[in-house]
Write a protein that binds this ligand. Sequence first.
Ligand SMILES: [Zn+2]
Length: 488
Amino acid sequence: MKKIFLLAVVAVLAVIVVRALQFAPPETMASAKAAPSTPAASTWNADELAEGLASAVRFPTVSNADFSLVNRQAFADFQQFLAQRFPLVFSQLKPQRIKDDTLLLTWEGSDASAQPIILLSHQDVVPVIPGTEAEWTYPPFAGVVADGYIWGRGTADDKAGVMGILEAAERALQEGYMPPRKIYFAFGHDEEVGGAGAIAVAELLEARGERLAFLLDEGGIIAKDMIPGLNARVALIGPGEKGYVSLELSARGDGGHSSMPPRHSAAGVIARAVKRLEDHPFPADLGLTVEFFQFLGNELSFFQKVLLANEWLFGPLIEKIMSQIPALNAGMRTTTAVTMLQGSVKDNVLPITASAVVNFRILPGETIATVIDQVKAIIDDEQVSVAEYGFGSNPSQLSSTDSVGFKVLADVIQDVDPAVIVTPRLVVAATDARHFDKVSDASFRFMGVELGPRELKGIHGTDERVSVASYAQAVDIYYRLILRAGEL
Ligand SMILES: [Zn+2]
């Protein structure tokens, strides 16, 4: 009996260790890297590229949820600048204005029967919070190149994408490249306020009966100093993005004087509902997070591998550890954030109504409807009504990291910078890519600029900037991807 027990322990230990040793990026990643189709190393004039991006920043293409307040002249001027800087693209790729100021370019390919691909980016930028202009090292719309960086609103989000794609295409055209399949470029004018432009482009493609083999949008970056203890730079490719919904919980009371209160006022009822929601987080799905770490494989300690490779045994422990880290928690479950609370208007008046607004970021696989059902079940209180508050969007579908599109993109990134580790990472913010789910077979979110903690703060914040060297890398990635369009 003792012997059998000992054998069982040894067997379990063996499984744990073998699985840990095998915890590495999929084999296929390595074979994709050896593909012979990789174009020869390309050289770029980084200073010239930087000047181009700096010029793009000088057009204050700020979007606004109220379209009548948008400075459309800035968009017209920006597009005129693009046409001047990229004469081959704008003479050969049939520029089309869709839905106000969104720009669609169509690059016909040699094989009309092949499924097209699309590269997305957006022209619009978020405003600078009035009163904070002086906090910028260089004025937000001056477009300054200094200290090895391109400074200004939109450098990272997302004019590096617009300019990078066009620089790459202009060069490929100069070199006489004819893509083997049709390539679309679409640059929205209102991504930051909902993406009506992108929706219109997706509808146009759907109406034409087009199905995209591959889509690339913003959302992932090359992260520097992101994971404590990990020195490597990591290319985060988003195979999907979370959804968004806010729910308003409300309860009614009788109101009246607070000197003779009921056992629970409407505010108390709402407080109880809020507590139940915070105490019952949505179920975790470790799949994506474990995959993220699997691609980091060789960078992890043996102990980390033992844990992550044996989800069958350590699942609850992994979940417990990761739930404590907000950045990881956000990648594995629908998150619950109580953001607004309202009760009575005066301290000695009982509330007639009380309410709370809770913001949820929805994990792919769930929907706004399933979140509402779950919330009602958790609150379990007939006095509390639940209603959608403001805008909402369902999560995107998840594209496979096993797909050829993911592998080619990963391969291109590592050709440009062999030291970078590539890994899939769910995007927790929204991008235009989600609007194309109906017409795309594989959608990924990535732009090849390298951002550290300081640069990440600049996105939608102060001192947005991108390093000159990393912008040149981003352009090179677009360029090589375009040259390999036939493989996607
Ligand atoms: Zn953006």
